[in-house]
Ligand binder design. Structure first.
Ligand code: ZN
Length: 181
């Protein structure tokens, strides 16, 4: 692990109140859902409706999970955290799909592969918090959330198995779009 990663990892370790933990969990799901909505929209623009539908479904489940986090928080007042003050190990929340991982000709398989990476990253984030927080309640909850994310990884794996692996040349377009820059 590089020094930089170590430093970032240490930030996740300073999540030591339930309020702060729930605020991170809520933002993680909401940001993931928002990114999936954006990706769905960009697929619609390119008339890739099959993949748009996959992204819509992923966005819906992110919204659902965000609501579940609030329920778990049970009326606690969550701190407002500025975007740059979240204790992620990168600039975006761990479950947020990489925006540069998309291609207008991508298949559902690609979309789900992207989602799988996001779920793995979310799982690892919670596992890190569980490992290193000082607060026993946060530790327990982060452990539970890590397990839930591992369940999401399984779900995406089951879903991805329904689609064929993309053939070589999937990104070749005989009639490329001419979009304004
Ligand atoms: Zn998840």
């Amino acid at each position: 692990m590089t020094n930089d990663q170590n430093h970032l990892r240490k930030r996740a370790c300073t999540i030591d109140t339930l309020e702060e933990f729930f605020a991170h969990a809520y933002a993680l799901e909401l940001e993931a859902a928002e990114r999936y909505e954006e990706l769905a929209h960009s697929m619609e623009v390119h008339n890739n409706l099959e993949v748009a539908e996959v992204f819509h479904k992923l966005a819906d489940s992110g919204q659902k999970h965000a609501k579940q986090v609030l329920q778990r928080a049970g009326g606690r007042e969550l701190p407002e955290i500025a975007p740059w003050d979240f204790k992620w190990d990168r600039s975006e929340a761990p479950e947020t799909a990489a925006a540069d991982g998309v291609h207008y000709l991508m298949t559902p398989y690609h979309a789900l592969d992207l989602a799988r990476a996001s779920e793995v990253h979310a799982r690892d984030f919670y596992a890190t918090v569980a490992e290193c927080t000082d607060d026993p309640k946060v530790r327990e909850l982060a452990g539970e959330f890590a397990e839930e994310e591992a369940g999401h990884v399984d779900l995406v794996n089951a879903w991805i198995a329904k689609y064929p692996e993309p053939q070589e040349g999937w990104d070749e377009d005989p009639d490329p779009p001419h979009l304004p820059e």
